[in-house]
Ligand binder design. Structure first.
Ligand code: SF4
Ligand code: SF4
Length: 199
């Protein structure tokens, strides 16, 4: 039968010489290669003690943002979940009750919001789909763990802290168009807490 590619190799069936049979030259050759790597510059780092520099727009662990008063921005519209190609996002929507205006910015909010980090491919489509600028990816790396259920991140891990000095800065993720958009006072409701607005 004629081969479809030229990748196939004819296997040699020749008898091994004495030196080949004792494997010693091959072992020494292999050890020499290993030894030569001892004196080369290491390409690995001792993570997590040492971290490689990553781009400010690296797509890592998500954050659910709060507004300038500390209220959650997410209105549980579900657009991020629909946009997610990995179906990693789930949420449960609730109506905001009287007196909860300081907790939730819109009349509807997510009482449960979960992202399965094992499903997530960190594409950033949820960030792009969000009309409330509530979800952003950050330069934080999702830590490894041994249990699958620990990769399902709920609001306890996703919503940023209320204290202004503990907020997650996403300034670097604002593209030129977004920064321009925020200069318009009529869209002030969409202004985020960033490094600059927190000052
Ligand atoms: S980054 Fe992509 S895969 Fe991950 S939750 Fe967002 S839309 Fe889904
Ligand atoms: S994060 Fe944004 S897109 Fe997702 S449910 Fe909340 S408001 Fe909607």
């Amino acid at each position: 039968m004629q081969a479809l590619t030229k990748r196939s190799k004819v296997v040699s069936n020749k008898r091994m010489s004495f030196m080949e049979k004792i494997y010693l030259p091959a072992i020494i050759k292999g050890m020499m290669i290993t030894l030569s790597h001892f004196f080369k510059k290491k390409v690995t780092v001792n993570y997590p003690e040492v971290k490689r520099p990553i781009a400010p727009v690296y797509r890592g662990q998500h954050v659910l943002k709060r507004d300038e008063n500390g209220a959650e921005r997410c209105t549980a519209c579900g657009l991020c979940a629909v946009a997610c190609p990995a179906e990693a996002i789930t949420m449960v929507a609730e109506e905001r009750k009287a007196g909860e205006e300081g907790l939730y910015r819109e009349e509807k909010y997510a009482s449960t919001y979960e992202i399965n980090m094992l499903r997530c491919i960190f594409c950033g489509l949820c960030e792009e789909a969000c009309p409330k600028e509530a979800i952003f990816l950050t330069d934080r790396i999702v830590p490894s763990t041994f249990e699958r259920h620990e990769f399902v991140y709920g609001k306890d891990k996703l919503v940023e802290p209320t204290a202004k000095d503990e907020r997650v800065d996403i300034t670097e993720r604002q593209n030129v168009d977004t920064v321009e958009f925020k200069k318009h006072k009529e869209y002030a409701h969409n202004i985020l807490y960033t490094k600059n607005t927190l000052k």
